[in-house]
Design a protein around this ligand. Sequence first.
Ligand SMILES: CC(C)(COP(=O)(O)OP(=O)(O)OC[C@H]1O[C@@H](n2cnc3c(N)ncnc32)[C@H](O)[C@@H]1OP(=O)(O)O)[C@@H](O)C(=O)NCCC(=O)NCCS
Length: 151
Amino acid sequence: MSISLRQGGLADLEAVYQLNRENFSEYWSRESLFSALESGYDLLLCEAECQVVGYLLSLTVLDEIQIMQIAVFSDYRRQGIASRMTAALAESLTAADHHVCAMTLEVRQSNHAARKLYAGLDFEEVGYRKKYYAPDINGNREDAILMTRYL
Ligand SMILES: CC(C)(COP(=O)(O)OP(=O)(O)OC[C@H]1O[C@@H](n2cnc3c(N)ncnc32)[C@H](O)[C@@H]1OP(=O)(O)O)[C@@H](O)C(=O)NCCC(=O)NCCS
């Protein structure tokens, strides 16, 4: 399979919205994604056969880059796409001699696939936010694990 990465923008909003909706229980509205892209969030896309099959949305805050969302279309998982997008983001920072010194993210405690992905990419678990996510149907709120990769 031939895949390619490219920077995304407002023209890709619908594709990103669909992936976002399919992959996250607390997904962002089109309006929230639009505001994020307009206000300076960075969007990295992965395409296969001219279709968007994965994306990584990030925000640089001072010397830290926060991975806000990363998702890969289910048919394309376990082929290294999320790893490749994260590596490309880290490389772009290093290549630009950027002042960014860490990549950070929050992940649901129960999201073992994502936690394994990040651990394999040298992210360390550095803390947690108790009951961070919205309540589920039973009223339970899940903790977020905070992870950091020092660049
Ligand atoms: C998490 C997610 C982004 C991973 O994308 P991916 O492209 O499949 O990840 P990769 O192929 O780069 O996986 C790299 C490694 O991560 C781990 N991993 C990824 N998915 C896994 C899974 N379902 N179960 C166990 N380990 C997993 C494995 O160690 C894998 O290496 P391997 O395939 O050689 O064993 C994808 O499953 C997804 O979109 N999930 C829904 C959205 C989500 O949870 N995003 C993260 C929110 S914080």
